[in-house]
Ligand binder design. Structure first.
Ligand SMILES: NC(=O)c1ccc[n+]([C@@H]2O[C@H](COP(=O)([O-])OP(=O)(O)OC[C@H]3O[C@@H](n4cnc5c(N)ncnc54)[C@H](OP(=O)(O)O)[C@@H]3O)[C@@H](O)[C@H]2O)c1
Length: 306
């Protein structure tokens, strides 16, 4: 069921991406009015704030509220992590509603080595929690937000997203794994490879977010403007949205940590890929339209490719 849900979401965003590309190619197309555009654009790619009718403005919330997504994720996925760890060491001691949910959602595994599947899922939940924690800290102390907005539909979707993501990881713990059963802490090559890739992609994502924040600060670190300018340095030399590319790499690193064979998680990766590709294409168009001297060799999202 989780796989079908993520596949549906990925297909919707892929369709939106193709539709947007087709519109942008039409003469006079690519404008940002209409409900479809309201739903796919946010922040700097959604223009005309003051010109928007008051009724429509009511449907928007500040983009800085991204912070709520990560706060929800840190709390919810932290709770799931503690629950999974305690369910293993203190059987029967924890929330029975979550136990029922896990039995309903978790898949039955025929694999002899269920303990190791349990361990991989725990690792991924930990990586997801660390990712949300870092993003929360960046929203609080690194990024400088302007008065950009997001639609309330996007806001509600964002709140539900990290809850659904944690439940998806929970589903990857075999439902027939008995509480109190020995957890097999067997480090495999794919755990190491996944974690190395996760750290590498996270470092670059952080560096790129620092570069964006510095565009609005003086040398002494004081915020001096809230405008959008052209970023340079790190992966920005190759693409307009390296932080979106790094996000996809982070989810790929989790697929690797799960042992590469988890179809549900590959659908999550496909969803993040299509969602971030759409956001990157809109952002790339924004830069090209706003800055006549925008570097011609820069791709939107994937270095040398797209
Ligand atoms: N997993 C998912 O489904 C998902 C979905 C969305 C985002 N994300 C991740 O969340 C992170 C943030 O995403 P985002 O869409 O908010 O990124 P973003 O639009 O690039 O914004 C990041 C920060 O940089 C500022 N900024 C952006 N462009 C700038 C420019 N040209 N000059 C100066 N400041 C600039 C933004 O301010 P303002 O926008 O306030 O002006 C904001 O503070 C990314 O790493 C992304 O991968 C993940």
């Amino acid at each position: 069921m989780a796989a079908a849900l993520w596949a549906l979401l990925a297909a919707s965003f892929l369709a939106a991406l193709l539709l947007q590309r087709a519109r942008a190619r039409r003469p006079g197309g690519g404008g940002d009015s209409g409900f479809f555009q309201e739903l796919i654009r946010y922040g700097k790619t959604k223009s005309g704030g003051e010109r928007r009718p008051a009724s429509l403005r009511l449907l928007h919330v500040p983009k800085r509220w991204f912070i709520h997504f990560y706060a929800v994720s840190v709390l919810w996925n932290g709770f799931l992590l503690i629950w999974l760890l305690q369910a293993q060491s203190l059987p029967g001691s924890l929330s029975s509603w979550l136990q029922h949910l896990h039995h309903a959602l978790g898949r039955a595994s025929q694999n002899e080595d269920m303990g190791s599947e349990h361990f991989s899922a725990l690792l991924v939940l930990l990586l997801l929690w660390l990712h949300s924690f870092r993003r929360l800290a960046e929203c609080l102390w690194t990024s400088v937000f302007s008065d950009g907005v997001i639609h309330t539909v996007q806001y509600c979707f964002g709140l539900g997203y990290y809850v659904a993501l944690g439940l998806t990881v929970l589903c990857q713990v075999p439902a027939n794994f008995r509480n109190g059963e020995e957890l097999s802490v067997q480090i495999c090559w794919y755990h190491i490879m996944g974690i190395v890739m996760y750290i590498w992609a996270s470092l670059h994502q952080h560096r790129c977010l620092v570069i964006l924040a510095n565009l609005r600060k003086s040398k002494s670190g004081k915020v001096i403007n809230l405008s959008h300018s052209v970023p340079y340095g790190d992966w920005f030399e190759r693409v307009s949205c390296p932080h979106y590319f790094a996000e996809v790499l982070i989810y790929v690193s989790m697929a690797i940590t799960l042992g590469l064979h988890n179809v549900t998680w590959w659908f999550v990766v496909l969803y993040v890929l299509s969602n971030q590709a759409l956001a990157a294409v809109l952002c790339h168009e924004f830069y090209q339209n706003k800055f006549s001297s925008y570097p011609k060799h820069r791709k939107a999202f994937i270095p040398f490719v797209y």
